[in-house]
Write a protein that binds this ligand. Sequence first.
Ligand code: NI
Length: 200
Amino acid sequence: MAKSFAGLARNAAKNGTAITVPKEALEVAPLEIHTLGNKVLRKSARRISKVDESIRDLTRDMLRSMYTAKGIGLAAPQVGIHKQLLVIDLDLENPTTPPLVLINPEIISSSASIDTYEEGCLSIPEVYLDVIRPSSIKLSFRDEMGRPKKMNADGLLARCIQHEIDHLNGVLFVDRVSNHEDLNIALKEHGFDSNDVQNI
Ligand code: NI
């Protein structure tokens, strides 16, 4: 997910991972982030059966790529890898806050209350549009050591997790934008094709 304004949620820290890399932009990101129109974004990710060093290496490369792109969330399908892995960091300004790594994340329950919030995506650069989603969620996942965990999230964190889990299912935030007029204008302005949006 791309950052449209300063993050408010701070509860990523208590679930933060032991995997950290410097929060700085590299000249060349280790992984290429694919953009709207590329079919890799539409393919569902598979569950990770074994959380091993190769998964932790991939996590580090995803974090480095996310920090280079100045994003607050990145899902493996965005870099063409169809594994259920995503990284989130809402606190880019603070070098010591650990990121959140979610492996095989599953939303167990969502609140009835909903929020409208402006989202962006590293795969659809410069496009920011309102999306309606549940305000809070409960989820299960595995951490970077393969340990099963559960957590509650609200605010920007809940928003970001739902956005990234959508990527694991081949869904993009533009598929959820209800104002089609704004959507078409924004996509055209930034050189994207509205035919690449899918109805969900
Ligand atoms: Ni995204």
